[in-house]
Write a protein that binds this ligand. Structure first.
Ligand code: EPZ
Length: 430
């Protein structure tokens, strides 16, 4: 298995380009199932998760055609054409690789009147049920059974509109039901809907495909179902989590980075917290300049929340940053019940962290020291890379496949800004 080797201590300087958001690209790709015409997605990131979803869509009968750069399914501009859906089953072998596969459920039931989608099961950061996706579709008239580990949904006469009040904010359930509602009969109202920029990006794409949606960007989305959607061209929104991660890389190394192809408003909550911790943000042409103001970082309390709050997908990186800040920081995770797996690994690098339930108290240390570490999910892994960039000595981050799911050419981008970082391929290790 590949590893990332880092010799820490170099302040990052230069510019880094951010790609299209993985978590926007995945639902957008499944939206192609809603029409027999071509959906062209531009600014698609080249990532393992994009390939996994391409494989799932291919077996549903979607034709995928590369338009832009890149050597495999992922790339810069890709055409998705679901002229005929030849198979409405999403098998366990593909869904277990990536939970976002469950986003084919709403589009398949809406377009074909049936779908059989493997239940994704738990994952490293929490139980992550999909009950809200299922209940919402039932309210829209689907009959659903759970059998043999599969969600089997049937709506032979089509779906109808409904008022769906989410008891908690769910990005995936909002996206699944939003897509289903575009082809349902009548009006669907999603109350307490997720407002993440990735959801809004999906709404914009669906509107470009002919969907009738109002309340865009708010927590109440109203969808008037239409008989059919048509093709469209859509540019994937910049990746705010990649943006925030590189901002923290600049901060933790005491460097200065121009983070390009992105926008400050996508990371407002994180930027506000980071500014209080001593990180400076300036808007520049096509991006953001990030540096550490006046040298020192201060500990600052953070609580994760649905958008527009501080994102859970930046919590691990924030913890790494707080490990080297002056004073203490209380980090509280409210979205997932098991998202502190990085804490014990950071402690192996000399961090002082006490985890108590959903909160972690981080007391800043003078410096972290390099160590072999590994993590069980994407954002935890990248937090260890950040810690390694600041640590004294050598850090090896194992299980790099987690990073490849969500960060395109991470080590190349950081190395180009002065980091001493390399990928060690398995065969080089022997
Ligand atoms: C999306 O996951 C993202 N994934 C996650 O990104 C992100 O952490 C998460 O939203 C929160 O922002 C994609 O967009 C592909 P949720 P999702 O439904 O949709 C509970 C990353 O690192 N819940 O908003 O699966 C759930 O257990 C990842 O890129 C239910 O109880 O998240 C969680 O506690 C990881 N029942 C909370 O809601 C449901 O039916 C929020 O989950 C659905 C969710």
């Amino acid at each position: 298995m590949d590893r990332i080797r880092i010799r820490g201590g170099n302040p990052l300087r230069g510019s880094i380009e951010v790609g299209g958001a993985k978590n926007a690209a995945l639902p957008l790709m499944t939206a192609s199932l809603l029409t027999d015409e071509t959906l062209v997605l531009k600014n698609l990131p080249i990532l393992a998760d994009i390939n996994t979803l391409c494989n799932l869509l291919l077996q549903h009968g979607v034709a995928i055609h590369m338009n832009g750069a890149g050597g495999d399914c992922a790339g810069r501009a890709v055409d998705f054409t679901a002229k005929d859906i030849t198979n409405t089953t999403a098998p366990y072998d593909l869904v277990r690789k990536m939970r976002a596969s469950v986003l084919v459920l709403g589009p398949l039931v809406a377009r074909c009147g049936e779908a059989k989608v493997s239940l994704p099961g738990g994952c490293a950061i929490g139980a992550r049920p999909v009950d809200l996706h299922i209940k919402g579709l039932e309210l829209m008239g689907a009959q659903i059974e759970i059998t043999g580990g599969y969600i089997v949904a049937k709506a032979p006469k089509g779906l109808h509109g409904a008022e769906i009040v989410f008891p908690k904010v769910s990005v995936g359930a909002t996206e699944n039901l939003l897509m289903a509602a575009t082809l349902a009969k009548g009006e669907t109202v999603l109350v307490n809907a997720a407002r993440e920029p990735e959801v809004t990006d999906l709404v914009h794409c669906l509107v470009a495909m002919g969907a009738k949606i109002s309340g865009i960007g708010t927590d109440t989305l109203r969808i008037q179902g239409v008989d059919r959607l048509h093709g469209a061209r859509h540019m994937v929104v910049p990746d705010r989590i990649e943006t925030g991660t590189y901002a923290m890389a600049a901060a933790i190394t005491g460097g200065e980075l121009d983070i390009l192809n992105t926008r400050l408003d996508l990371i407002s909550a994180a930027a506000k917290v980071l500014a209080q911790a001593g990180v400076e943000f300036t808007e520049i042409d096509n991006g953001i300049r990030v540096s550490r103001a006046n040298g020192a970082l201060h500990g600052i309390d953070v609580m994760t929340e649905p958008f527009p709050g501080f994102p859970t997908d930046l919590q691990a990186q924030m913890m790494a940053l707080m490990c080297t800040a002056g004073g203490a920081a209380m980090i509280t995770e409210t979205i997932f019940e098991n998202r502190f797996m990085h804490a014990p690994e950071l402690m192996r690098m000399g961090a002082r962290i006490t985890v108590h339930g959903a909160s972690a108290l981080v007391r800043g240390v003078e410096r972290l020291t390099g160590a072999p570490v590994m993590a069980t999910d994407l954002r935890a892994s990248v937090s260890l890379v950040l810690a390694g960039l600041a640590a004294e000595g050598e850090t090896t981050v194992n299980r790099v496949y987690h990073l490849d799911r969500g960060y395109e050419r991470l080590e190349e981008k950081l190395a180009a800004c002065g980091a001493d970082i390399e990928r060690v391929r398995e065969r080089d290790d022997d």
